[in-house]
Design a protein around this ligand. Structure first.
Ligand code: ADP
Length: 346
């Protein structure tokens, strides 16, 4: 990590110098957007017909951000990432990585991105060190510039550097994939569902490392099913559904869209049903001694609810509120988008 930090400090220092002296060669090396995609479309054509996996997607991922790309299964996330990785050919549109067009400037574009794939596709008979050296060779990293030992150490794999990869645990393999994705020191790191099947402790280790990389200046793009992870780690979020970007916002502004809260009342005596006066708030029994009231903060006066509670004559022993989270937003947006599409189709 120290090495990464040093490296990025160097690049950043060079860039600020370049900015001052107006050196455009360096300025193009530090674009505003780590990834810039315009009208990206992918139509898979197969024996079973056609599938529009990406439908005119435009997305700009700012340099230095910790970005989450969220979406239900089949939304098009892997297609998006695989196009950037050069594994899938786009049907139309453009994509730039670190300012380089993936088609016309393929080499620098590929060198600017490291991709941690979903599957554990490691060769069982290579040691981590060999796997790293092979990867460095593929990227044309000169021997003198390779940092195999440092990267393995940063990911806690020094002890296993010379063991067969098949002897590594699942978590270690996952970390080796991250290590491999970093051999060419890319300024953009994409992690595709990185913690699926990884236990909590290792997940935290992985995130600690990735957070450090981000602090050092690496742009991180993450796809995940674990919405809490995106909520905790990322600063910007895009939601993709059926090949369309349906939201792209700063995390905080996205979370502000949640207009749903639940007030939970604990009562002294068990109940069979909720009192009628609480019906306007969709009251339901959570437990015999607990009532949940759902309301929209934007159009509800708390005083009305409190008056109704008082009018109900219940003996309240406790009271708490529950806020919505990213999961709610995600469900709301994908549901609205599905409905709108169904409406259009009808
Ligand atoms: P996600 O990663 O969000 O789950 P994918 O990008 O894998 O979504 O898939 C998007 C859509 O494209 C899905 O409907 C999927 O079935 C389809 N798809 C993915 N890969 C192929 C392929 N090689 N051939 C045909 N259809 C594909």
């Amino acid at each position: 990590l120290r090495i990464f930090n040093q490296h990025f400090r160097m690049v950043l220092a060079q860039t600020s110098h370049a900015e001052k002296s107006g050196d455009h060669a360096f300025m193009t090396a530090m674009p505003d957007y780590a990834i810039e995609v315009e009208g990206l479309t992918k139509l898979y054509k197969g024996a079973n017909g056609e599938k529009l996996a990406l439908d005119n997607v435009s997305l700009k991922i700012p340099r230095g951000s910790f970005f989450a790309l969220l979406g239900p299964n089949g939304a098009g996330k892997s297609t998006f990432i695989n196009i950037l990785a050069g594994l899938v050919t786009k049907t139309s549109g453009t994509a730039k990585i670190w300012g380089y067009d993936i088609e016309t400037q393929m080499r620098p574009a590929r060198c600017s991105i490291g991709i941690v794939p979903q599957e554990l596709n490691l060769d069982a008979f290579f040691s981590p060190r060999q796997a790293m050296e092979l990867q460095a060779g593929l990227y044309g990293v000169p021997k003198s510039e390779r940092r195999t030992d440092e990267i393995l150490a940063a990911l806690g794999l020094s002890d296993k550097a010379d063991s067969y990869s098949r002897s590594l645990s699942g978590g270690m393999r996952r970390r080796l994939l991250v290590a491999k994705a970093m051999v060419h020191n890319p300024p953009v790191l994409v992690l595709d569902e990185p913690t699926a099947g990884v236990d909590i402790e290792l997940r935290q280790q992985l995130w600690a490392y990735v957070k450090e990389l981000n602090k050092a200046g690496v742009t991180i793009v993450l796809t995940t099913h674990y919405l809490e992870e995106a909520e905790e780690l990322c600063d910007e979020i895009a939601i993709i559904n059926k090949g369309n970007v349906i939201a792209h916002e700063d995390k905080r502004s996205l979370l502000r869209r949640i207009d749903h809260k639940t007030l939970v009342l604990t009562v002294k005596n068990d109940l069979n049903a909720v009192p009628d006066v609480l019906a306007p708030w969709g009251a339901e029994l959570k437990a015999p001694n607990q009532i949940a009231l759902n309301y929209r903060p934007s159009n509800t006066q708390m005083a009305e609810i409190l008056n109704a509670i008082q009018g109900s004559g219940l003996a309240i022993t406790d009271l708490s509120t529950e806020e919505g989270d990213l999961e709610d937003i995600f469900l709301m947006l994908t549901r609205d988008n599905d409905k709108a599409r169904a409406g259009k189709a009808a």
